[in-house]
Design a protein around this ligand. Structure first.
Ligand code: RIB
Ligand code: CA
Length: 304
């Protein structure tokens, strides 16, 4: 059965690849909407980028909704130094011909949660939209099958020693989400950094040909050169979990979000169950890297 999902994202090169992966898996993923949040770059750019990627992927039947332009409490922190001023620097995507759909992403997430039994959310950016939907209408929590999110870390952060970017940008939203009671699957840096866009892999993607292969290879080359330690396919890994969870291992843990102070944005993962607190997330720690990458290449080849 096709899994119903909304992808909430902040494109960003890796978000773009995650969307294209989802487009190539239409037989397994029923993508009900793309919702966009500020993160890697401001909302004006992330929404434009979502439209450009949908155009590139020929995805004309999935509505795209603009969401929150800033975190719940903190000022917006962006990452142009990694993603470029546009958020998709490094390649020339075709001009966007897919338009935004009317309505706010938060309202559309709420409507879809009520309309689509068992809807999953896949979040690959700061959790502002997801948290706002849960605050505005808490009754959606039991209706969502799960929230699969790229964010956090068992170990080191990538923005500070403690914090991964998506959680760092909006830790208050992350706290709302992790306290919501919705089943969460957390794919943090520990697992996403196992999947690297190496030069050999970028060459394999370029060889896919068509319009998508070279553009994705160029996007990942730009990203790999700018991101610390060569970057990682963070967001595509989250979509990969939706598709083939058997490629991953993890553990049910209690996860607490630090919102203030020098460790703000930290996901404190009780990996050994020391707190006695009931688990609120399945925290993923390993992936079959080669199998996932083969899945990605096969899916991108279907997008064309
Ligand atoms: O820390 C990596 C995450 O932050 C990815 O989702 C990347 O796109 C950025 O949003
Ligand atoms: Ca992202």
């Amino acid at each position: 059965m096709r899994r119903k999902v909304v992808i909430d994202c902040d494109p960003g090169q890796d978000d773009a690849v995650a969307l294209l992966l989802a487009f190539g898996e239409a037989e397994r993923l029923d993508l009900r909407a793309i919702t966009v949040v500020a993160g890697n770059v401001p909302l004006a750019w992330t929404t434009t980028n979502a439209r450009r990627v949908a155009t590139l992927g020929g995805c004309t039947d999935v509505p795209i909704y603009a969401g929150c332009g800033r975190p719940l409490v903190n000022p917006l922190v962006t990452a142009e130094h990694v993603h470029g001023d546009s958020g998709l620097d490094g390649a020339d995507l075709p001009p966007a011909t897919v338009d935004l759909s009317p309505g706010h992403a938060v309202d559309r997430i709420i409507e879809l949660a009520h309309a689509e039994d068992g809807l999953a959310l896949c979040a690959t950016g700061p959790l502002t939209n997801v948290a706002m939907a849960l605050v505005k209408d808490p009754s959606i929590a039991p209706k969502l099958s799960r929230i699969v999110l790229m964010g956090g870390a068992i170990g080191h952060g990538n923005v500070t020693p403690s914090a991964e970017f998506n959680i760092y940008v909006d830790p208050h939203a992350a706290r709302v989400v992790f306290e919501s009671g919705v089943p969460i699957v957390m794919l943090g840096l520990d697992v996403t950094e196992q999947v690297r866009p190496t030069a050999e892999r970028r060459a394999r993607i370029r060889e896919i040909g068509g319009e998508v292969g070279p553009i994705v290879a160029d996007l990942l080359s730009f990203y790999a050169e700018r991101a610390a330690d060569g970057g990682a396919l963070h967001d595509p890994v989250a979509v990969g979990y939706l598709l083939e969870p058997e490629l991953f291992t993890g553990r049910d843990c209690f996860v607490e979000i630090v919102t203030e102070g020098p460790c703000a944005g930290r996901t404190v993962v009780d990996w050994r169950g020391r707190t006695g607190r009931p688990p609120n997330a399945r925290v993923i720690d390993t992936v079959d890297d080669e199998a996932f990458f083969s899945l990605l290449v096969e899916s991108l080849a279907r997008v064309g």
